[in-house]
Design a protein around this ligand. Sequence first.
Ligand code: MLC
Length: 403
Amino acid sequence: MAPVPATAVAVAAATSTHEIRRAQRADGPATVLAIGTANPETYVSQDEYTDFYFRITKSEHLPELKDKLRRICNKSGIDKRFMYVTEDVMEAHPEFADRNLLSLDARVEIASKAVPELAAAASAKAIAEWGRPATDITHLIFSTYSGVKAPSGDRLLASLLGLRPTVCRTVLSLHGCYGGGRALQLAKELAENNRGARVLIACAESTLIAFYGPEVGCNDTIIGQALFGDGSGAVIVGADPVNAVERPLFEMAFASQTTIPDSEHAITMQYMKGGMDYHIANGVPEMLAGNIERCLVHAFDSVGVNAKWKDLFWAVHPGGRKILDLIEEALGLDNGAMAASRQVLSEFGNMSGTTVIFVLNELRRRFEANGAEGADWGTLMAFGPGVTVETILLRVASGLKGN
Ligand SMILES: CC(C)(COP(=O)(O)OP(=O)(O)OC[C@H]1O[C@@H](n2cnc3c(N)ncnc32)[C@H](O)[C@@H]1OP(=O)(O)O)[C@@H](O)C(=O)NCCC(=O)NCCSC(=O)CC(=O)O
């Protein structure tokens, strides 16, 4: 080991740990500096999905379930969904149609490559927009429930992107639809506590891991088949943006997580021999609508801001059309308040934790197209198993105001 220079010893002795810590922290708030999204090449229109699904799972002998899926698809507010699962995939893996057959190994084998590759496509777009080299990324947070394996997909993702070997990697798993919110909150902590840190978060999910045929008595399969799609969203977060190089989009002023009491059975996910099993209880939209306001009050009280809900911009996870309807109603919002969430739901479906990043990107696109001069505070909210609510207070930053 190289000897420590005498001057370094002297400086260390004269500086308190508190001073060292203060110098390590960023000055400003964590800020969204770039966003990228990606989807698989193939998509199915929602109008055609019911026929497609019953054909490729060879389930035409279950006409009542087929009618039910069609009814839900018609009310879903979804136009199309991108999916890795195609007729070819099902021909190669007919066992995926029956969740009572062993198929987890094959699913994990496919997902552990396909999902990081999708994440790499979204991340590459975020890095290109950011304008700095990939090797300037200091931290990577990868959120997925689509590949239970070690080394995890973050390892492959880091090498696909050419990140530096000292990049600090963290994997979030099985957070379901709140993975994007959790990753953003963690990125905020990292960026604000490590001066100069640049955190890449990548969320990616594929329905491949939980795709199986309909089964009498299992309504969860039908509801899931009506809602979920594949996608990846990536965000670069850092504090104290470098002038003329980095473009601040949204400042993150506060972040919190709330667990709704007595709700642990409402949304569940579990790996089984035949893929990932999930359950979505009937009352989830009502449960969220009944709890959302206290999460918002707590967040805005924490920063001392007296917000009026109708003045905010909204990036809410579109878990289903009814969730958006009931939240709008509970908060007394106009029908257009969740337009970005509805647009993403329509174009991509529910892509689990990834979806909220698409919504943030859609909001950014709307501010760029229509101007953001009047906009100030907004809220990002994501929900998932727990039932967990992630709340992040956002402010439109100078990069969207043309400064
Ligand atoms: C599915 C819907 C679009 C249907 O629209 P409407 O409710 O207006 O229509 P509707 O009342 O006529 O219901 C149509 C059919 O859907 C069925 N249905 C509704 N919710 C269901 C559920 N959770 N499980 C099983 N079936 C369900 C009804 O019983 C009905 O069946 P029938 O026609 O036979 O009477 C909506 O209910 C919705 O958006 N629900 C929210 C879905 C949700 O909870 N998403 C969160 C996913 S989890 C998530 O995002 C987080 C995570 O995964 O981590």
